[in-house]
Write a protein that binds this ligand. Structure first.
Ligand code: KIV
Ligand code: ZN
Length: 501
């Protein structure tokens, strides 16, 4: 039997504090989710903003394979807008929701249970006129009266809901209790066999995956989750944790998902890069340390027999060994082959540019690994049309005072600016770039990492710039960390300009 995976990275995941993805980034994630083979992609909340609407519409037009869902409150306006956004999808879906707990009904909705029941049934019937594939979520279900939940689920199934979702909206449940609620609903909703039972858990107590698994053992058939577990507050159930549990513990659960496990690592890195949400090193499955062994006893054991200390093989999730792949003398053909093995299909122009960068890197760095190649390619892919291009960068730093001269080109015109800073060379570079672009933006985060080890390692810089109440992420890669910093800043500046102009 298969467990269905409903991915909400682009909706609940995008509700993570500080995350804001543009259309191109959302489309890239959605295409990767299709490669991962999720059953449903919840692409956004179309009525929330014109940007959300446009992204859901684009995903519906371009992404095939999974069903594409749009979220809607239980109102006609929301449902109309959601349908408008998803209607061109190969498999369109409307997901409508209404709160059912006492505290939500009384204080937030200011509606009686009877009114909530009527609105829910009406909303599902209205959505059903558009599409056969309708999900209804009882928001804050875990804190709702179980008998009222049964009543509302019976009503919405009768009105045509094909999936009923039981969220633990505030992450309050524990596994035995949550499993018990699912069983109660399964046993007490007379028409339950006409709908898929779905669960949606939040991770406030760190129990989201455990609660989802308990739900499946008690009759749920679908898990709603996000890549890397991102989402509101402490996030949602992490897709990779659920998929790998079913795979690794098939002997216990006897269940599988249709997830293409080899795409997990790539999807996780992509989501982390585009959202700017770092993955904690000890995060299960996808953290940097998830397959690392530090103690001598463990290392010795793994060398003798991998399964002494590893319950999963890193290759299952598509983690390649960090082997040396190419060098200075490798040709375009070998380069292209290697990229294809890593899962990248580049357009001719992107390939030419990536190959040029690979050759430049090979001149500076002896051993080029898969990680280096991924960093270059991800950097190429994240480029936006360059309004400004850096054509010269000169930095000196003595006795605590740094001076930077930057030349940037805009429409063929070269603009030079210099700046001094006691805050270091990167600060001076950013001041000079601000003078050139004259954008009133604020650096809210700066992060630097080495892609591999060694003194010739590539440096990868990620910056976040706040502009007009939105946050823009920029990324830059180079063996020279000041150059990587300037590139990252320029990438974010260009993203602002593309949106603004
Ligand atoms: O957490 C929640 O209740 C939700 C619903 C909209 C499904 O995200
Ligand atoms: Zn949620």
């Amino acid at each position: 039997m298969g467990v269905r995976i409903f991915d909400t990275t682009l909706r609940d995941g995008e509700q993570s504090p500080g995350v804001s993805l543009n259309i191109k980034e959302k489309l890239e994630i959605a295409k990767q989710l299709a490669k991962l083979n999720v059953d449903v992609i919840e692409a956004g909340f179309p009525i929330a903003s014109p940007g959300d609407f446009a992204a859901v519409k684009k995903i519906a037009q371009e992404v095939v394979g999974p069903a594409i869902a749009g979220l809607a409150r239980a109102t006609k306006e929301d449902i109309d807008r959601a349908w408008e956004a998803v209607q061109e999808a190969e498999k369109p879906m409307i997901h409508t929701f209404l709160a059912t707990s006492e505290v939500h009904m009384k204080h937030k909705l200011q509606q009686s249970p009877q009114e909530v029941l009527e609105s829910a049934v009406e909303a599902v019937a209205y959505a059903k006129d558009y599409t056969d594939n309708v999900e209804f979520s009882a928001e804050d279900a875990f804190r709702s009266d179980p008998d009222f939940l049964c009543q509302i689920f019976e009503g919405v199934i009768e009105a045509g809901a094909t999936t009923i979702n039981i969220p633990d909206t505030v992450g309050y449940a524990t596994p035995a209790e949550f499993g018990g609620l699912i069983k109660y609903i399964k046993d007490n909703v007379p028409n339950i066999d006409q709908a898929v039972i779905s669960v949606h858990c939040h991770n406030d107590l760190g129990l989201a995956a455990a609660n989802s698994l308990a739900a499946i053992q008690n009759g749920a058939e679908q898990v709603e989750c996000t890549i890397n577990g991102i989402g509101e507050r402490a996030g949602n159930t992490a897709l990779e944790e659920v998929a790998l549990t079913f795979n690794t513990r098939y002997n216990y659960y006897g269940l599988k998902t249709d997830i293409n496990l080899k795409e997990i690592s790539r999807t996780s890195k992509l989501v982390s890069r585009l959202t700017g949400m770092e993955i904690q090193p000890n995060k299960a499955i996808v953290g940097k340390n998830a397959f690392a062994h530090e103690s001598g006893i463990h290392q010795d054991g793994v060398i003798k027999e991998r399964t002494t200390y590893e319950i999963m093989d890193a290759r299952t999730i598509g983690l390649e060994e960090n082997k040396i792949v190419l060098g200075k003398h490798s040709g375009r053909h070998a380069f292209k082959d290697r990229l294809e093995q890593l899962g990248y299909q580049l357009e001719q122009e992107e390939l030419n540019s990536a190959f040029r960068r690979f050759k430049e890197l090979a001149d500076k760095k002896q051993k080029i690994t898969n990680l280096d190649l991924e960093a270059i390619i991800e950097d190429e892919i994240s480029q936006v049309p360059e309004v400004y291009e850096i054509s010269l960068l000169q930095v000196t730093s003595t006795s605590g005072l740094a001076t930077a001269t930057v030349q940037m080109e805009r429409d063929g015109e070269k603009i030079n600016e210099s700046a001094c800073s006691e805050g270091g060379p990167i600060d001076a570079v950013y001041d000079a770039m601000n003078r050139i672009t004259d954008l009133d933006c604020k650096l809210v985060e700066y992060k630097i990492d080495a892609v591999t080890s060694g003194k010739d390692a590539l440096g990868e810089v990620v910056v976040k710039l706040a502009y007009n109440e939105k946050v823009y992420i920029g990324r830059g890669v180079s063996t020279d960390v000041i150059e990587a910093s300037a590139k990252a800043y320029n990438n974010a500046l260009n993203k602002i300009l593309v949106v603004r102009d």
